[in-house]
Design a protein around this ligand. Structure first.
Ligand code: NAD
Length: 488
């Protein structure tokens, strides 16, 4: 089986590392590619190419740079089915989920096409007699992203289009678990005829990440992944003098009030908890009810039992497997632990077998009720199709519980009371709030606003934050006195 290559300076080249990892279809365990573990020399070559391409690329006017993005949008749209199939094969999600993530990738390309306006500066005339002051934005140089496995197509596009449009050159480091999608996308991007070195792809694991953190030419890093690695990347990046935006893990609570529309709430929560097999950083994870909860509990149990799980390319599948056997094992151990800790298994999805895909990493939808608030399962990011259902006294107790958790990626409320919703949005310590929404995923024009252990840095991905992250400001003060005007 062919080993995947890196894309450096406009060429597909072999990694300096001979070590490889198997890329497997999570639904079958079939090996579908071999990915190099990567080496620091791969990063050096990519950084050199990107640094060499930078001076020319930054001088291409912004409105010319975005012409490449207009073409990229069409290219991604024309190939969305093909890319989505690759996403399914290596990540396990369903075809519909894969297409939806590519749609969000495309939205980010569209949004970045507005860079000529978005990166405009500001001007103050006459700050003193004959003196004007203005601020312009210039690109920072070589930038890189380090991506996780769960959105192989979308997450690099939270950053790449903005970085390029602002005049930076780029290195993509996909997750070694799902390297095929970005390989395919970069193969397609060759049709754009970008100058060599503007976009580079380096496959690999920790050695490549450390190479990116330490290379002096790389000025800014966008990381998305688990909180421990996000904290590591953020602190190491700072040590080596780089800008870093590092998005981490999550444990997203959803508060259901007795006045919520039960049917709609149950449907939306079910989609949020089990979509992408629970492997979404915005997945609802802990469902909190206050007051009467019999009806919503019954409705959630029924919806969980009826969710069809299977191979992502089968049309009937609403949920695929988790990413690896280790991940399946870890989630099933957490389920067992939750029962030892006093939780009641209302729906148990452990030991699942899907016909035709007996070796797949499947876990069926699971619901655990009344897990103690300080137990492992209530506090840990599960990243699998598991719902903790807890019942609290009132809204204040619920908000207190939410705000005491370590993460702050998202928090949602279901209610028909505007006042309760307002209190929640004001008081909940999370950066993305959903009101009668299950996955509070910001559109491309808004920042992806994680808080607390879900984000390390200050400027988030997407929207205007991206423009600030991918540019540095330059302030110019100039004096031109009227009496110096030449008479011709
Ligand atoms: P991960 O942290 O294991 O890996 C992310 C990246 O870091 C990969 O490219 C990987 O190669 C690299 N990496 C892994 N171990 C490393 C190490 N020891 N040193 C240096 N680099 C290392 O994350 P994952 O399992 O791929 O993704 C799932 C996690 O990502 C979840 O915690 C999820 O919540 C989080 N996530 C967060 C967001 C967000 O927006 N906050 C979005 C998507 C995923």
């Amino acid at each position: 089986m062919a080993k995947l290559s890196n894309y450096i300076n406009g060429q597909w080249v072999n990694s300096y590392s001979d070590e490889t990892l198997d890329v497997k279809n999570p639904a079958s365990q079939e090996v579908i590619a071999k990915v190099p573990q990567g080496s620091v020399q791969d990063v050096q070559k990519a950084a050199e190419a990107a640094a060499k391409a930078f001076p020319e690329w930054r001088n291409v006017p912004a409105h010319r740079r975005v012409q490449y993005l207009f073409k990229l949008k069409t290219l991604l749209e024309d190939n969305i089915d093909d890319i989505s199939r690759t996403i399914v094969l290596e990540s396990g999600k369903t075809f519909g989920e894969a297409k939806a993530e590519m749609q969000r990738a495309i939205e980010n390309v569209e949004n970045a096409c507005g860079i000529p306006t978005m990166m405009q500066g500001t001007f103050s005339e006459d700050i003193a007699r004959g003196v004007d002051e203005f601020m312009i934005r210039q690109p920072v140089g070589v930038c890189a992203c380090i991506a996780p496995f769960n959105f192989p197509g979308m997450i690099p596009f939270w950053f790449l289009p903005y970085a390029l449009a602002c005049g930076n050159t780029y290195i993509i480091k996909p997750s070694e678990k799902v390297p095929l999608t970005m390989t395919k996308v970069v193969q397609l991007m060759e049709q754009l005829d970008l100058p060599a070195g503007v976009v580079n792809l380096v496959n690999g694991t920790k050695e490549v990440v450390d190479g990116i953190l330490q290379h002096p030419a790389i000025r800014a890093i966008s990381f998305v992944g688990s909180s421990n690695i996000a904290r590591y990347v953020y602190s190491q990046g700072a040590l080596y003098g780089k800008r870093v935006q590092a998005q981490g893990g999550a444990k997203n609570p959803v508060l259901v009030l007795p006045d919520a529309d039960i049917e709609m709430t149950s449907q939306i929560i079910t989609d949020s908890v089990y979509g992408c097999a629970g492997q979404r950083c915005l997945a609802a994870s802990t469902i909190i009810t206050v007051g009467e909860h019999k009806q919503i509990t019954e409705s959630l149990v029924e919806a969980a039992k009826n969710r069809t799980t299977g191979f992502g390319l089968d049309e009937a599948s609403l949920m695929g497997p988790v990413i690896t056997p280790e991940s399946k094992n870890r989630v099933e151990q957490l389920i067992q632990q939750s029962v030892k800790d006093g939780g009641k298994l209302l729906v148990d999805g452990s030991n699942a077998k899907v016909s035709g895909y007996e070796s797949g990493n499947f876990i069926l939808p699971t619901i655990i009720e009344d897990t103690p608030l300080d137990s492992l399962v209530t506090q840990t990011e599960i990243f699998g199709p598991v719902m903790s259902l807890i019942h609290l006294k009132d809204v204040d107790e619920a908000i207190n519980f939410i705000n005491n958790g370590p993460y702050g990626n998202a928090a949602c409320i279901f209610t028909s009371s505007g006042a309760s919703a307002r209190k929640f949005r004001h008081d909940a310590d999370a950066g993305n709030i959903g009101i009668n929404i299950g996955v509070a995923a910001p559109m491309a024009q808004f920042p992806f606003s994680g808080w607390k252990d879900s984000f390390f840095g200050d400027l988030h991905g997407q929207g205007m934050h991206s423009v600030e992250f991918f540019t540095q400001t330059k302030v110019v003060i100039e004096r031109w006195l009227k009496e110096w005007t030449r008479k011709f």
